[in-house]
Design a protein around this ligand. Structure first.
Ligand code: BYC
Ligand code: FE
Ligand code: FE
Length: 471
């Protein structure tokens, strides 16, 4: 299947052959562009940005690099190539041929999954809307915009599925995706973490480190889907997602690096006066972002999740690489339980624990980056370790929503929580301090004082390349 890059909507799904679908998407496109202008990156429409554009789904050379105005970005619809004779890999239909059309009995569940996934993509762009005013370097500004246009493309990916497979209610859902907004008190985004503010670049790097990583795990689970168009869409989205997490991980590494240099230079952990972000403050940001991202996995025990698995709609992380029977019909797992005396465990059907299984894989993956940050701290001979807070800390969804716990996992009563939460989570003062560091640096090759420069530039270009041209 050849990617057609010349049409109004670049695609590899032969859109030109389906007039009805093409017309529906062409009607949605102006609403999308209006949304981009009103809710997308602020005051950026005339900038020429050195962007990667997806032009094919082949692993060699799927992307084109060049300066473009973001409103002219070629948002397209790309599905990974179909796998011949693919069968459903898990659940009650394991072994049956995958569906290329919606199985009627699962229409509601699929729509809900696709809408929830689709809702997060524009939400993230809205949350990051104002960061372009305060970039630590031109390189970082470009990466922000790269992430933003790709999240825009991920929205297109979900809207394509809604338009192609759900008829009128799919079109209505596609419109609603542009009408809910991050943090809007009347029409908020569906998942809570996508209504939080992202006002500073420390938060941006935490977002791309933790929240985009939830994206990776959810997309991986959906890429196992027996609904083949969803699987193929998510598989291609995952290739873009890797870059978002690269931005988060290297961004945080550069901040830790710079902080450590300042600690050594000034011989104090409190590097605020030197214009750095103290390690304990970085820890507070980790506590916040990691805990709200655990909520994104839903409840530990979930009938929805059990149904998605049984129906073959949403699998486990790397489902096909696991060596069990992939149906888990009679399996059980242990999950935590809150009792009057503290935390106990309970045994439930494995299928009902899918959210927790996926969340555990997310935790392992999140820890890997922290190990790298801690290596940097150690190399500077500083006695401090960044850690992921306990799963019970600061939770609003699932069994731990009922209790309070310290980052170390000790149960605390409401009184102690109120007294100590400012030591654990960013306070208004902490946020004001971090914001005070956010002085824009836009000269090519220059970088703000609170973050180290990157090791290398983008796509073979040097760090001092003019990644964004402001005219
Ligand atoms: N906030 O049975 P439960 C990404 C609701 S990120 C608010 O436990 P389920 C990206 C739930 O809706 C990946 N409400 O939940 C990253 C339900 O409501 P009702 C996004 C929540 O269904 C960065 C009730 O609580 N993709 O791509 O098992 C940048 C009971 O819930 C929340 C997906 O999430 C919450 N956090 O699991 C850009 C994949 N959690 O029915 C992009 C699709 C739960 O009582 N979504 N509720 O009204 C899913 O697979 C599932 O919907 C969830 C929730 C895993 C999110
Ligand atoms: Fe995305
Ligand atoms: Fe992403």
């Amino acid at each position: 299947m050849q990617a057609n890059y010349n049409e109004i909507i670049p695609n590899n799904v032969d859109l030109g052959d389906d007039r009805r679908l093409l017309r529906a998407l062409e009607r949605w496109q102006p609403a999308y562009l209006r949304w981009w202008h009103e809710m997308g990156p602020a005051e950026s429409n005339d900038f020429q940005v050195y962007l990667r554009t997806a032009i094919s789904v082949d692993s060699d050379g799927w992307a084109h690099f060049g300066h473009v105005r973001m409103p002219d970005y070629r948002w397209g619809i790309f599905l990974a190539r179909p796998e011949a004779d693919r069968t459903i890999g898990f659940g009650d239909h394991r072994g049956a041929p995958v569906w290329t059309e919606i199985p009627g009995e699962y229409r509601g569940e699929l729509r809900r999954l696709i809408v929830t996934q689709g809702d997060t993509e524009p939400a993230s762009v809205e949350q990051q809307r104002r960061l372009g005013a305060t970039p630590p370097s031109l390189y970082d500004l470009r990466n922000l915009y790269q992430v933003n246009v790709e999240e825009g493309r991920h929205l297109w990916a979900m809207v394509y599925l809604l338009h192609a497979h759900f008829g009128r209610d799919g079109r209505e859902e596609a419109e609603a995706l542009l009408e809910r907004h991050a943090g809007d008190p009347d029409r908020p985004r569906i998942l809570q973490a996508f209504n939080e503010r992202t006002d500073d670049w420390l938060s941006f790097f935490m977002f791309t480190y933790f929240q985009d990583r939830d994206g990776k795990f959810q997309l991986a689970a959906l890429s196992e889907s027996g609904f083949d168009p969803l699987s193929r869409t998510c598989r291609f989205m995952l290739t873009e997602e890797a870059h978002h997490m690269f931005v988060g991980e290297t961004g945080l590494m550069r901040i830790v690096q710079r902080t450590c240099e300042l600690v050594r230079e000034h011989d104090t952990l409190d590097v605020r006066a030197a214009g750095g972000v103290p390690l304990p403050m970085i820890q507070k940001w980790i506590n916040f972002h990691y805990s709200i991202c655990l909520d994104l996995f839903g409840s530990e025990r979930s009938t929805n999740a059990a149904n998605y698995f049984a129906m073959g709609l949403k699998g486990r992380y790397q489902e096909s690489k696991r060596d069990d029977d992939h149906t888990l019909a009679d399996e059980q797992i242990e999950i935590p339980k809150v009792t009057a005396d503290g935390i106990d465990t309970q045994v439930i059907a494995a299928r009902a624990g899918m959210n927790l299984l996926l969340r555990r894989d997310f935790t392992l993956d999140s820890q890997r980056g922290l190990d790298r940050f801690n290596k940097i701290i150690k190399a500077h001979d500083i006695d401090f370790e960044l850690t992921l807070p306990d799963e019970k800390f600061n939770r609003a969804i699932g069994i731990f929503a009922a209790i309070h716990a310290s980052p170390a996992g000790a149960l605390v009563d409401s009184e102690r929580w109120e007294r100590e939460k400012d030591a654990w989570l960013p306070t208004a003062d902490d946020r004001a301090f971090v914001r005070s560091l956010m002085i824009p640096v836009t000269d090519p090759g220059k970088v703000a004082g609170w973050i180290a420069p990157p090791k290398r530039g983008i796509h073979g270009k040097p760090f001092d390349y003019d990644y964004v041209r402001f005219h």
